[in-house]
Write a protein that binds this ligand. Structure first.
Ligand SMILES: [Zn+2]
Ligand SMILES: [Zn+2]
Length: 344
């Protein structure tokens, strides 16, 4: 089968690899019908994630179950399914408490040996461990490219809103309108937020946020602090989402949140950064951080997608054949696409 493999920084290749085989009774093999290129794939592409040359990359997928082990009960052969971007054991301390994203045995598709040596999904077929938790049936009427979002990007946007406890009538600010930030804006509106202030510097992204019903404010040409002050009578937003992963964004989120509000940090941090802790303390802020609990959210997210309350379809800007993966990564690296869907 064909698979997209990492070779060296800025070099991916479509190679022939052996088809996967079942290894455990709760594994499934999925024929991949659509797979996405994601921001975290770029970390691999840039060589920031340690990964062996020849390893298959990719972690977003929708496909058809070809075969499943005896212990797989939630899906069966022939089902159209979507996958979450990582697996979870369902038995450890963290899984028992529903914190699947922190499972002691979690494995992330397509991230090499450091994250569980699980071959990626930018391929014609993928081996899916713990299939009962990792896979879901795609609801009738939901397209492959839309379902794709439930297992990663929309699950993450949804997490940033639900983990922060957004309620109907709330005022929300979303900083950073990449795919996750745009999904967070949609999730906030779906949760009944009265105002969603969407902040970025890219005109097309601001425009897309506006088309969802958010209020776009340009980070530098506009005045996000002044806007929020006016919109909230000087109080600040109930929830400010940092969907960037940069201390400047985090600092602005801390400033935009009201007293006793919540800062939801869904942007990725791996190093020490400086934030104004004094401000956070004086305002009695709550902070939500870390990886999204996508496995816990995948069912409600699919329901909201099927009901049309979440619609990530405008985020799909490019469709390409899997064989053009090298070109797709080049394009994505230039930030010329929001979501590229590859078809094997
Ligand atoms: Zn991803
Ligand atoms: Zn676990």
């Amino acid at each position: 089968m064909r698979a997209v493999t990492f070779q060296a920084p800025h070099e991916v290749r479509v190679e022939d690899k052996p088809e996967p085989e079942l290894e455990a009774a709760d594994d499934a093999i999925v024929r991949v019908d659509a797979t996405g290129v994601c921001g975290s794939d770029l970390h691999i592409y840039h060589g920031r994630v340690q990964i062996d040359p020849g390893f298959t990359i990719g972690h977003e997928f929708v496909g058809t179950v070809l075969t499943a082990g005896d212990q797989v009960t939630s899906v069966s052969e022939g089902d159209r399914v979507l996958g979450c971007f990582h697996t979870a054991c369902g038995r450890c301390f963290f899984c028992m408490r529903g914190w699947y994203m922190k499972c002691d045995e979690a494995r992330v598709f397509g991230h090499g040996a450091t994250l569980g040596s699980l071959q990626g999904t930018q391929a014609e077929q993928a081996l899916v461990p713990t299939a009962n938790l990792t896979l879901r049936r795609v609801p009738e009427g939901v397209s492959d490219e839309v379902a794709l979002f439930a297992g990663d990007v929309m699950g993450t946007g949804y997490h940033s809103i639900t983990a922060a406890g957004v309620r109907a009538g709330d005022l929300v600010a979303v900083l950073g309108l990449g795919p996750v930030g745009l999904c967070a804006a949609q999730a906030a509106l779906a949760a009944g937020a009265a105002h969603v202030v969407a902040i970025d510097t890219v005109e097309e992204r601001l425009e897309m946020a506006r088309s969802f019903g958010a209020e776009p404010v340009h980070l530098t040409e506009g005045d996000p602090r002044g806007y929020v002050k006016k919109a909230t009578g000087g109080r600040g937003v109930d929830v400010a989402v940092d969907a960037v992963g940069h201390p400047d964004a985090l600092e602005l989120a801390i400033r935009l949140a009201r007293k006793c509000g919540t800062v939801s940090v869904v942007g990725v941090y791996a190093e020490r950064v400086e934030v104004h802790m004094g401000l956070a303390w004086i305002k009695s802020l709550n902070m939500v951080t870390g990886h999204a609990n996508v496995i816990a959210h995948v069912d409600p997210v699919l329901e909201l997608i099927a009901a049309g309350k979440l619609d990530p379809s405008p985020l799909v800007t490019h469709h390409m054949p899997l064989d053009d993966a090298a070109e797709a990564y080049e394009l994505y690296d230039k930030r010329e696409a929001l979501k590229i869907v590859l078809t094997p």
